[in-house]
Design a protein around this ligand. Structure first.
Ligand code: AMP
Length: 282
C-alpha cells in the first residue's frame, strides 16, 4: 500500500492504472476509521482492480469550528486498518493541496435537499462536501465510488453532483454498520464517554420504534410520540426527527403517497452531534 499526498502524483498513478484498463474503486473518508469505513473498502475491493481511500478532514464542510478542531485524527491506525483490508493507495493531501489560494471555491445548487435536515441545521455543509468530493473525483477518476447510508442525505447530494457534472462514476450506497447496541458507528463516537455511548443507543431504538409504529399509526402521531420520548431523555438533546421520502427527502404526511420512506434523526449527546437513519418503507 502506498501513501500519496500530492495531486500531481495521484493523477499520474491513476493515469497509468487506467491506461492498463484497471477499474478503480474509491472511498473518500475523513479518517479515524472504523468497521463502517472498512466495509466500504471491502466492497470496493470486491468490485474493482484497485482501491483508493482518501483521508482528508475537509475544513469547508464544518460549520462548527469546535467540531473541526476536535475531529479525531489517527493516521497511523487508519493506515494499518487500510493495509489489512487490502487498500492499494491512501490519498492524504494537506488542506493547501486541495484548496490552493488561487483557486475559486465552487458553489452548488442541490435544490430542496439543501433546505432540510442536515442542510437546514448545518448551513454550507453540503456545498463543502460537494466541493471536496468533486476535487477528489477529478484526481482519482474512479470507476465506482462508495458512500455510506449513514450519511444518507450526503449520498443523495453526491448523486446529484455527479449528474450535474456529468461524471462517468457509479455511486454505490452501502449499509450502515452498527455496534451491538445498535449505535451507528461514527468517528465522532470516540469522543463519547462510556455513559454517553450507552445513552446514544436510544437513537437507534427510536428509529426502530418509528418503524414499528408505522404499521398502525399516522405520521404526526408517531413524530409526537418520539419527540416526547426524547424530551424525557436527559442525556440526549433532539435536533430533529423526520419521516421523509427516501428519494426527495420531502417530509411525509401520508404513507400511501410515497414509494420509499426513511426516518432521520440528529441529536446532541454530550460533546458530540450524532445522526442516524433507518428505512421505514423500502
Ligand atoms: P466520514 O469519514 O465520516 O466522512 O465517512 C466516510 C464514508 O464512510 C462516508 O461515505 C460515510 O457515510 C461512511 N460511513 C461512516 N460511518 C459509517 C457506518 N457506520 N456504516 C457505513 N458507512 C459509514
Amino acid at each position: 500500500m502506498k501513501t500519496i499526498t500530492r495531486k500531481s502524483e495521484i493523477k499520474n498513478q491513476i493515469q497509468e492504472l487506467k491506461s492498463k484498463g484497471f477499474k478503480i474503486g474509491f472511498v473518500p473518508t475523513m479518517g479515524a476509521l472504523h468497521a463502517g469505513h472498512i466495509s466500504l473498502i471491502e466492497r470496493a475491493k470486491v468490485e474493482n482492480d484497485f482501491v483508493v481511500c482518501s483521508i482528508f478532514v475537509n475544513p469547508t464542510q464544518f460549520n462548527n469550528k469546535e467540531d473541526l478542531k476536535h475531529y479525531p485524527r489517527t493516521f497511523e491506525k487508519d493506515a494499518a486498518l487500510l493495509s489489512e483490508a487490502g487498500c492499494d493507495i491512501i490519498f492524504a493531501p494537506e488542506a493547501s493541496e486541495m484548496y490552493p489560494d488561487n483557486e475559486t471555491q465552487e458553489t452548488w445548487d442541490f435544490g430542496s435537499l439543501e433546505y432540510v435536515m442536515e442542510g437546514k441545521f448545518r448551513p454550507g455543509h453540503f456545498n463543502g462536501v460537494a466541493m471536496i468530493v468533486s476535487r477528489l473525483f477529478d484526481c482519482v477518476l474512479p470507476t465506482k465510488a462508495y458512500f455510506g447510508e449513514k450519511d444518507y442525505q450526503q449520498l443523495l447530494v453526491i448523486k446529484s453532483m455527479v449528474k450535474q457534472k456529468n461524471y462517468a462514476i457509479e455511486i454505490v450506497g452501502c449499509p450502515i454498520k452498527r455496534e451491538a447496541s445498535g449505535l451507528a458507528m461514527s468517528s465522532r463516537n470516540m469522543r463519547l464517554s462510556t455513559e454517553e455511548i450507552n445513552a446514544a443507543a436510544f437513537i437507534y431504538a427510536s428509529l426502530n420504534k418509528a418503524k414499528q409504529l408505522s404499521a398502525t399509526k399516522a405520521v404526526k402521531d408517531i413524530l409526537a410520540e418520539i419527540v416526547k420520548d426524547y424530551e424525557q431523555n436527559l442525556q440526549l438533546e433532539l435536533e430533529y426527527f423526520e419521516l421523509a421520502d427516501a428519494e426527495t427527502l420531502a417530509p411525509v404526511e401520508d404513507w400511501s403517497k410515497h414509494a420509499g420512506v426513511r426516518a432521520f434523526v440528529a441529536a446532541q449527546c454530550g460533546p458530540v452531534r450524532l445522526i442516524d437513519n433507518l428505512s421505514i418503507i423500502p
